[in-house]
Design a protein around this ligand. Structure first.
Ligand SMILES: C[S@@+](CC[C@H](N)C(=O)[O-])C[C@H]1O[C@@H](n2cnc3c(N)ncnc32)[C@H](O)[C@@H]1O
Length: 221
């Protein structure tokens, strides 16, 4: 768990955006990490932060955690977040598969965003992909009832594999999210912009976890 000395509440003037190695010892406490109990959205492989930071800037009623393996990209995202004065963003340099399996508490996430995950095209590298049977199970576990998962990829066979994995290994079901209608999602991340400019087609899907009341209806803390 994130210790009190590193939590946002102890640095209210300027909370640390980057979660440093050693600060996370077990399951994350989002109220400690963000200093409030607002809904949390997670982006897997947030890159340099284009989507995550735009969301954080436009939606002060939610908190945003970005997971990124590349320290170079993460530091660029951090500098951009600092320049924009964002206080509702945290960034963790880690393997998102480990984070989702070991550090995210049950039913704690309002939305998971996964845009253009690395496809690892060679068959012998498929085990490095973010989506697998275990990740599918954990995605359902970490989403709050009524929470959403959004996915995009320009690789058709990976898209079909993601859909198969979610159907076979999770109880998530395809559903539209009023805040992120699929038809208005195109080109919100750096890679999507790049791929669209190159004439590639991007497939996308949205899923929900069942349940009548979700984190989205929770009043801000
Ligand atoms: C193709 S890029 C897409 C970046 C961004 N989502 C976008 O659409 O512009 C994939 C990103 O995921 C990151 N990544 C790959 N595997 C990861 C993992 N296991 N955990 C966290 N980040 C990962 C890469 O470093 C890279 O920044």
């Amino acid at each position: 768990m994130l210790s009190k000395t590193t939590a946002a509440s102890s640095e209210e003037a300027r909370p640390a955006i980057e979660i440093l190695p050693g600060q996370v010892e077990g399951p994350l406490s989002f109220p400690l990490l963000f200093g409030n109990a607002r809904p949390v959205e997670l982006e897997i492989g947030c890159g340099k932060g284009r989507f995550l930071l735009d969301q954080a800037a436009g939606r002060a009623d939610a908190n945003f955690l970005g997971l990124e393996w590349s320290l170079k990209y993460l530091r660029i995202a951090r500098e951009r977040a600092e320049r924009r004065g964002l206080t509702n963003v945290r960034l963790l340099r880690a393997d998102a598969r480990h984070v989702i399996a070991d550090l995210i508490p049950d039913a704690s996430i309002a939305r998971v965003h996964v845009y253009c995950p690395d496809p690892w095209p060679k068959k012998r590298h498929h085990k490095r992909r973010f989506f697998g049977p275990a990740t599918a199970r954990h995605l359902e576990r970490v989403l709050a009832p009524g929470g959403y998962l959004h996915v995009s990829t320009d690789v058709r066979d990976y898209f079909e594999e993601i859909r198969r994995l979610l159907a076979e290994h999770s109880g998530l079901f395809e559903a539209g999210d009023p805040l992120f209608p699929i038809e208005r999602m195109e080109g919100k991340t750096s890679y999507e912009v790049k791929y669209l400019q190159a004439g590639r087609t991007i497939d996308r899907a949205s899923y929900a976890r069942g349940g009548a009341s979700g984190p989205l209806s929770r009043s801000p803390g």
